[in-house]
Design a protein around this ligand. Structure first.
Ligand code: NAD
Ligand code: DAU
Length: 343
C-alpha cells in the first residue's frame, strides 16, 4: 500500500479521512479524486493542500477515461471509495444522480480497478442498507438487506457489485457500513449541521413528524479510524459495521444542540414527515472491535466539538448557504414549514 486513490474526499467524511491519512502515514501518497458536485468542497482539504504526500484530481468515478488517467499517472495500488450522492431527501426528490454514482459509478470504479491490478479496494457504505430495525435488535454484518429510500437502495446496489467483483474476479475488497456521522465540514443539509447553522441564525428547525426516529450517532473522527482499521486489518471479502453505539431520537439530538448553543426549544417546528422514513437504525460493531478499533468520542464530546466548530467557522458554511442550496431549501422545506406545528 503506497499510492491510495481516495474518491469523494472533497466531501465530509472523505476529507476527514484524507486529512487524517496524510498526517498519520507520511510514506503513503494520498490522491483525492472527486467530481466536485454541490457537496464537494476544496475548502475541506485546505489544511493539507501544501502537504507533499497529497494531490487532487478532479473527475467522476463513472468517467473511465479520466479515471484511467488518474490510476496510471499516480500508479495507484489501493482505492478507498467515498464518492456518492449521500442525502436521503435529495434521493426522494430526484434519484438519477444516485444511480449514476452509487451504482454505475461503483461498477466502473471496480472494473477499472480490476483492469489496473489494484490491490485493496475499500468501499464505504452505510447502515441504511439494513433498513428499518425493530426495537431490541442491533444489525450485524450478516443481516439481510432491506433498503427503503432510493439512496439506501443505490448504496445496497453498489455493495452488491463490490461483492460480485470479490467473488467472481477475486478482487481484494472490504466494505464498511457506517452509521449517522457528524462533525466539522459536514454539508449543512444533514440534520446536525443544518440545525446548528439554522439555530445560530435563530431560524426554525423542521423536525420530521414526531421526531422519535432513532439513529446511531458517530463522530467523524471515529468513523475515519474505523475505516483505517478495516483498510489495514480487514479480511478480504468481509464487511464491517462502524457505529457510535449511541442511539438517540432526533428530538433528543435537537434539544442537545439547542442546549449547547443556548437557544430556545421554541425554534423546533414539527413538519410533515419524510416519505418512507425509517423509524430506527441500530448496529452492533463487535466485529470491527475485534480488529482493535474503539471509538474515542461519545455523543456529548462530539456534539460539543461540532457546535463549537460551526460557531467558529461561519466563513465555511455561510458561503455554502447561497444559490443552489437555497433552491433546495425552498423545495424541501417551504411547504413543510408553512404547515408546521410548534413544540
Ligand atoms: P458528501 O455528500 O459530503 O460527499 C460526497 C463526495 O463525493 C463529494 O465530495 C462529491 O463531490 C463526491 N462525488 C459525488 N459524486 C461523485 C462522482 N460521480 N465521482 C466522484 N466524486 C463524486 O458525503 P459524506 O457524508 O462524506 O459520505 C461519504 C460516504 O460515506 C458516502 O459513500 C456515504 O454513502 C457514506 N456514509 C455517509 C454517512 C453520513 O452520515 N454522512 C454515514 C455512513 C456512510
Ligand atoms: O445512517 C447513515 C446515513 O446517515 C448515511 O448513509 C447518509 O449518507 C446520511 O445522510 C445519513 O442519513 P439520514 O437520512 O439518517 O441523515 P439526515 O441527517 O438527513 O437525517 C437524520 C435524521 O433526522 C433522520 O431521521 C431525518 C431527520 N431530519 C433530517 C433533516 C435534514 C429531520 O427531522 N429534519 C431535517 O430537516
Amino acid at each position: 500500500m503506497k499510492n491510495i486513490l481516495v474518491t469523494g474526499a472533497a466531501g465530509f467524511i472523505g476529507s476527514a479521512f484524507a486529512r487524517y491519512m496524510v498526517g498519520k502515514y507520511p510514506d503513503y501518497n494520498i490522491i483525492v479524486y472527486d467530481k466536485l458536485t454541490y457537496a464537494g468542497n476544496l475548502d475541506n482539504l485546505l489544511p493539507i493542500s501544501d502537504e507533499e504526500n497529497y494531490r487532487f484530481e478532479r473527475g467522476d468515478i463513472a468517467d473511465r477515461a479520466v479515471l484511467q488517467q488518474a490510476l496510471e499517472t499516480h500508479q495507484i495500488d489501493t482505492i478507498v471509495n467515498f464518492a456518492a450522492e449521500s442525502h436521503v431527501d435529495r434521493s426522494i426528490l430526484q434519484a438519477d444522480a444516485f444511480i449514476h454514482t452509487d451504482v454505475v459509478g461503483v461498477f466502473i470504479l471496480l472494473d477499472e480497478a480490476k483492469k489496473h491490478g489494484i490491490g485493496r479496494f475499500l468501499h464505504v457504505s452505510t447502515d441504511e442498507v439494513y433498513g428499518d430495525i425493530e426495537d431490541g435488535h442491533f444489525s450485524v454484518e450478516t443481516d439481510t438487506f432491506a433498503p427503503n429510500s432510493p439512496y439506501a437502495a443505490s448504496k445496497a446496489g453498489g455493495e452488491m457489485m463490490v461483492r460480485a467483483y470479490h467473488i467472481t474476479h477475486g478482487m481484494d475488497t472490504v466494505i464498511t457500513r457506517g452509521s449517522n456521522t457528524f462533525g466539522p465540514y459536514q454539508y449543512p443539509e444533514k440534520l446536525l449541521p443544518f440545525f446548528i447553522t439554522e439555530a445560530i441564525e435563530d431560524k426554525p428547525l423542521p423536525v420530521y413528524g414526531d421526531g422519535l426516529q432513532v439513529r446511531d450517532w458517530l463522530f467523524v473522527e471515529d468513523h475515519v479510524t474505523g475505516i483505517d482499521t478495516a483498510l489495514h486489518h480487514g479480511k478480504s471479502g468481509e464487511a464491517y459495521n462502524i457505529a457510535g453505539e449511541d442511539n438517540r431520537t432526533n428530538i433528543e439530538v435537537t434539544r442537545a444542540l439547542l442546549g449547547h448553543l443556548g437557544k430556545p426549544d421554541s425554534l423546533i417546528k414539527h413538519v410533515p414527515d419524510r416519505e418512507g422514513h425509517d423509524r430506527r437504525y441500530a448496529m452492533d460493531c463487535t466485529k470491527l472491535r475485534g480488529l482493535g478499533w474503539q471509538r474515542a468520542h461519545n455523543f456529548e464530546s462530539g456534539v460539543k466539538l461540532t457546535v463549537d466548530w460551526y460557531r467558529d467557522n461561519a466563513w465555511w458554511w455561510q458561503k455554502i448557504k447561497t444559490g443552489e442550496y437555497l433552491e433546495f431549501y425552498k423545495r424541501q422545506y417551504a411547504a413543510r414549514l408553512a404547515s408546521a406545528d410548534n413544540e
